[in-house]
Design a protein around this ligand. Structure first.
Ligand SMILES: Cc1ncc(COP(=O)(O)O)c(C=O)c1O
Length: 386
């Protein structure tokens, strides 16, 4: 009954951890949940007021156009150009999605055929791997290393490139490392993709959460180029449940992408579009605050963990890619035992790639400061036993 391609892929790792957490909660345990990369801060204050204001407005309750309301896309394009120093002129290239995952998977469905290859650096974001698997295409995984700051080099790509390479997916700021891709090296990759006619997909879910310098490749987008960029409001506006994001697509992909988007979601959330349309221009202070809170949390977690000589402080996102002290156990075994015995949830490194059995991704987006300190203390004590 189940599709062969779907069987090739795995059960969503976050769902597995959340199921384990739920089971413990049902037994009455309290959990410090440093698992899922969610931001537990409040959405902007006037969210509900704005929704109330639009209650009588039919646009809030009906489908929007498949690719979002044109007035919102206009506003969003202006917002992106301002934030990322880009100069994209035509709103036709900017489409609204039901979040970054839907944007990436819809795009992959638009371009991939069975046997096509997609190059994905590891540690990777598992949903990309799952989407490629489900479509019967092939993930070509390139492991990046801590000694190179998890950077990807053009020469790595050249080694793995084949005439079947259809796309490359880069996540920046990266999930799970929290690091960004080096601009100079990535420029070379952009050039290579142009020469070889490969679609370079940037997943920039975290482009508005940064701890030093803002980083995005939106300024490299061209309406006739080989770059597609996916963004999201899930984390930066703490509205993951409203399912809203966007995708920048070159001209030649738009019509076919819309076929897939229409089939799966018809249109993205209308309330979220109306809210953001009112709010984007006034969001500066909110974004500064969310970045300050997350950076403080990142510092707190990093400073309170003892054994972290090989852990790199993140540049963005809401998690720390923690290099584990040496033990003879895998990160999944250790994470399982931490949760079962000490009720702290983290995500084991191997769900981001087989070579990362000595890492955990520890989220600081989903826990308040007291729990960060407590979680770090429990983790320290846990490793003292090894
Ligand atoms: C790299 C990356 N892409 C996409 C997503 C999903 O984002 P959205 O809620 O916008 O679908 C996440 C969420 O954790 C992510 O980390």
């Amino acid at each position: 009954m189940i599709s062969k391609n779907l069987k090739k892929t795995f059960y969503p790792p976050i769902v597995s951890v959340n199921e384990q957490i739920l089971e413990l909660k049902q037994k009455g345990f309290e959990i410090i949940n440093m698992g899922q990369a969610v931001v537990n801060l409040n959405p902007p204050q006037n969210f509900i007021e704005t929704l109330n204001k639009f209650y009588q407005d039919k646009r809030m309750h009906y489908y929007s156009p498949d690719i979002g309301y044109p007035f919102f896309r206009e506003n969003l394009l202006h917002f992106l150009n301002k934030h990322f120093n880009s100069n994209i002129k035509n709103i036709d290239n900017l489409l609204i999605t039901a979040g970054a995952n839907q944007g990436v998977s819809t795009l992959l469905m638009t371009i991939l055929e069975p046997e096509d290859e997609v190059i994905i650096p590891a540690p990777y974001y598992f949903n990309h791997i799952m989407a490629v698997d489900m479509l019967g295409a092939k993930n070509i995984i390139i492991n990046t290393k801590i000694k190179n700051n998890f950077q990807l080099k053009l020469e790595d790509i050249e080694k793995y490139y084949s005439p079947k390479t259809k796309a490359i997916i880069l996540v920046t700021p990266n999930n799970p490392t929290g690091l960004t891709y080096n601009k100079k090296e990535t420029e070379k990759i952009i050039q290579f993709c142009e020469e070889k006619n490969i679609l370079l997909i940037f997943d920039e879910t975290y482009n508005l959460i940064f701890f030093n310098e803002k980083q995005s490749f939106i300024d490299k987008f061209k309406n006739n180029g080989n770059i597609a960029i996916v963004g999201s409001f899930s984390k930066s506006f703490a509205i993951a449940g409203w399912r809203i994001g966007y995708i920048l697509l070159p001209d030649y992909l738009i019509k076919d992408y819309i076929k897939v988007q229409d089939t799966f979601i018809i249109s993205p959330s209308s309330p979220a579009q109306l809210f953001l349309n009112e709010y984007l221009e006034k969001s500066e202070e909110y974004l500064i605050n969310i970045n300050t809170v997350l950076k403080n949390r990142a510092n707190l977690l990093y400073n309170n963990l003892n054994k972290k000589e090989q852990t790199i402080f993140p540049e963005g996102g809401c998690f720390l890619w923690y290099k584990l002290p040496n033990t003879n156990k895998t990160s999944a075994e250790l994470a399982f035992s931490l949760l079962e015995k000490y009720k702290v949830a983290v995500i084991p490194g191997e769900v981001f790639g087989n070579s990362y059995k000595n890492y955990w991704r520890i989220s600081f987006g989903s826990v308040d400061e007291d729990d960060i300190k407590l979680g770090a203390e429990i983790i320290n004590n846990f490793f003292d036993l090894y």
